[in-house]
Design a binder for this molecule. Structure first.
Ligand code: ZN
Ligand code: ZN
Length: 240
């Protein structure tokens, strides 16, 4: 068993949905400015950018996981290790089973945010859902600047373990946000990451990057809105 532990950012948006950076810019930035070994591109309701990133990963020293942040009827669900696109608008349970059917990992991002499956007051819903919903991982840490409280709730609800893996992600929509939240896993490769999630040994870490990243977002908001309107069909039911 490997003694090496590595970092993966499992929640990144590109300009294929409402992120501002193009895929090659993201790859170059991660390689030059972070110590991430693996990244997941998780655009809203499309895997187009993720497939593109996967197709050029050989040019860089990082591995890509094909992901999608799917707008289910009652909140966002992220599929990781996907091969096929999953449409928005399905129930959470159906979305999760579509992810599982193709061998992917179902992760609930920002579970207690407004767009989260359980919502800001969803502690009770979470309690019953862990028995009913077959998701594999919970995003215990999301680095978006305004999710401090939602992260605290997620960390507390996760504390019992519950048989699900803990992940962290940045939810970056700008280059500077990438890696501000991440998942620590055993090994170095995407396959190692997957095994580490299956063994429930991953952990979530990060800091939101402080004022500089918050300011990047503040100044980026008009561009993020414009990008969202460019990809309206994908992003209309999405935020974060
Ligand atoms: Zn989201
Ligand atoms: Zn997101």
């Amino acid at each position: 068993m490997s003694d090496t532990w590595s970092k993966a950012d499992l929640h990144i948006h590109s300009n294929h949905s409402d992120g501002l950076a193009k895929i090659p810019e993201i790859m170059q930035h991660v390689q030059d400015n972070t110590d991430l070994r693996v990244i997941a591109i998780t655009d809203h309701n499309t895997i187009e950018g993720a497939l593109f990133a996967k197709s050029i990963e050989d040019l860089y020293d990082i591995e890509v996981v094909v992901g999608e942040e799917i707008s289910s009827k009652s909140g966002h669900v992220i599929g990781l290790f996907l091969e096929e696109y999953i449409p928005p608008g399905l129930s959470v349970a159906e979305t999760i089973s579509r992810i599982s059917e193709q061998g992917g990992i179902a992760m609930i991002p920002h579970p207690f945010s407004n767009q989260g499956v359980f919502g800001p007051f969803g502690m009770n819903a979470f309690g019953s859902a862990i028995n009913d919903l077959a998701f594999h991982a919970l995003e215990v840490y999301n680095s978006m600047p305004f999710l401090v409280y939602a992260n605290k709730v997620a960390a507390k609800m996760f504390a019992g373990g519950q048989g699900i893996a803990a992940t962290g992600g940045s939810d970056a929509h700008v280059l500077q946000g990438i890696g501000k939240g991440y998942t620590v896993f055993r090994g170095e490769t995407a396959a190692d990451l997957r095994a580490s999630i299956d063994k429930l040994e991953t952990r979530a870490e990060g800091g939101n990057g402080g004022l500089s990243v918050a300011l990047r977002y503040a100044f980026g908001i008009p561009r993020i809105h414009r990008q969202r309107s460019l990809n309206w069909e994908r992003c209309k039911v999405a935020n974060r």
